[in-house]
Design a binder for this molecule. Structure first.
Ligand code: ZN
Length: 473
């Protein structure tokens, strides 16, 4: 080493010593030298404008209206003598009317659907019971991309302490009128846009009856061949406000995602583990994309990645979609209050129980709705995810060669190859690529790679991890 280099190294070491503990060590390892740090995309002005229309007032209107039905227990659909304006059938009518109102505002841009089927007796459903899912479809504006779909859902059924109580008060303000409010707010805000891919805005019933409504919808999607690329399920996103609880965090929302897909065979699970891909299911890449979009459009409000299918002892509608092989994640507030879920409204020993309107923070729900709407808008506006990315493993090599198929519907498409250390939760660095092949001077042994499609407006597709394989040419 030359004398100047020794001097430079000595000065750097001195600076390092006096700056402890925040000492910046010059990166030298391949994965931290190559490429550039992954930053968040610049916002698309049209999307930002649509998000700004989502208001706490509109959220409150939805939740207050749903709570007013006294109960939305799924089993109330067969109660013949409920007082007028009570029960789940009245709630379904109201949701359908809301979708139709939004559609009228955008010149009929939404197709409003009501899907009623009869659930035969089973656990939590003692008699044959009609169950109704209500949803609205915003067809993609691009003929080439309209088959691609993203879906947002919440469940409009509610329950109290007894999930079989079809008549007692069950306000379900947080669980899950809040999630329905997100779905409806997304429908209204995004009906102002014309994304290339199709969006579906859903309110399902039967969640408290073992995810019955969402299972029906997920099976329908599978049987009809819906090209569903991502499902956002919002359940308990009310930002529960309990006097005296100082541990609620209103600046974040949790996003739960499965690691190994629910439908993976034992062999596929073993292979994912062997490749280091046990945290790279399509659902997890969807969660990462939500976090990425949140950094651009969240305004400081932040999705927190929870690398777990769901919370302990609980389930949700995203699992119905996972079970049919679709990527799906669940949004839930940071900290739940179990006195305000699945409880008969009452006061006992000075403690107030019940899922009441007054514990919901409408401004918080609006923030969650904006993150959902941003994710839907960006993913549906982005070019399709890269097709069949491959990691070429012909020889032992400290560089990495990646290839993917050209997309005839996207001539001149732009891509990004991203990577992260094996222990890192999020993508760290990337290179931009034009074409469908790249050699990155980073050893594939020490990082996970993925590929995504991007456009000039800052729309980024879902990331796809490459399959290791021999070259095809
Ligand atoms: Zn719920």
């Amino acid at each position: 080493m030359k004398r100047e280099s020794w001097l430079g190294a000595g000065l750097a070491l001195f600076a390092c010593v006096i700056q402890q503990p925040a000492c910046a060590v010059t990166p030298t390892r391949d994965f931290e030298v190559a490429g550039a740090p992954v930053g968040h995309a610049k916002p698309d002005a049209a999307i930002a404008k649509a998000l700004a229309t989502i208001s706490a007032t509109e959220i409150e209107h939805t939740i207050r209206s749903l709570v007013a039905f006294h109960t939305r227990n799924t089993l109330s659909s067969i109660e013949k003598d409920l007082p007028p304006g009570q029960g789940i059938n009245a709630a379904a009518d109201w949701i359908e009317a809301e979708f139709k109102r939004y559609s009228a505002e955008c010149g009929g841009c939404l197709e409003v659907k009501r899907d009623t089927y009869t659930a035969e007796p089973q656990n939590r459903i003692p008699k044959p019971t009609p169950i109704t899912n209500v949803y609205a479809i915003l067809r993609g504006s691009s003929p080439a991309q309209a088959k691609r779909m993203y879906l947002v859902t919440g469940h409009y059924d509610s329950r109290n302490s007894d999930t079989l109580d079809a008549r007692g008060e069950a306000p379900g303000a947080n669980d899950d009128a809040s999630g329905v409010a997100v779905s409806l707010a997304c429908a209204r805000a995004l009906s102002r846009l014309k994304p290339a891919a199709t969006l579906v805005f859903v309110a399902v019933a039967g969640e408290e009856q073992n995810l019955n409504g969402s299972r029906h919808l997920a099976q329908l999607a599978k049987s009809q061949g819906w090209q569903l690329e991502g499902v956002l399920d919002n359940d308990i996103v009310g930002g529960n406000t309990t006097p005296g609880d100082e541990l609620q965090d209103k600046s974040v929302v949790r996003v739960f995602s499965e690691g190994i897909p629910a439908i993976a065979t034992a062999e596929q699970a073993r292979r994912a583990d062997s490749l280091g891909y046990s945290s790279d299911s399509p659902s997890r890449e969807l969660a990462r994309a939500v976090a990425d979009v949140g950094a651009t459009y969240g305004g400081g409000f932040r999705p927190v990645l929870e690398f777990r299918r769901d919370r302990f002892l609980r389930g949700g509608d995203h699992s119905s979609f996972n079970e049919e092989g679709f990527a799906a994640v669940r949004f839930t507030e940071w900290r739940e209050d179990y006195n305000h879920q699945h409880q008969n409204p009452r006061t006992e020993n000075g403690v107030e129980y019940g899922d009441l309107l007054k514990f919901v923070d409408f401004g918080y729900v609006a923030q969650v709705a904006r993150i959902n709407a941003a994710a839907l808008a960006v993913l549906a506006s982005a070019p399709p995810p890269p097709k069949h990315p491959r990691l070429i493993t012909t020889t032992l090599d400290n560089n990495t060669t990646l290839e993917w198929d050209a997309d005839a519907s996207q001539p001149g498409a732009q891509y990004e190859v991203l990577w992260r250390e094996l222990t890192a939760p999020q993508w760290q660095r990337f290179v931009a690529v034009t074409g469908t092949r790249v050699v990155v001077p980073v050893s594939k042994d020490n990082v996970i790679f993925s590929v995504r499609s991007v456009d000039a407006s800052g729309h980024r597709s879902l990331m796809v991890v490459p399959e290791p394989q021999l070259p095809q040419r």
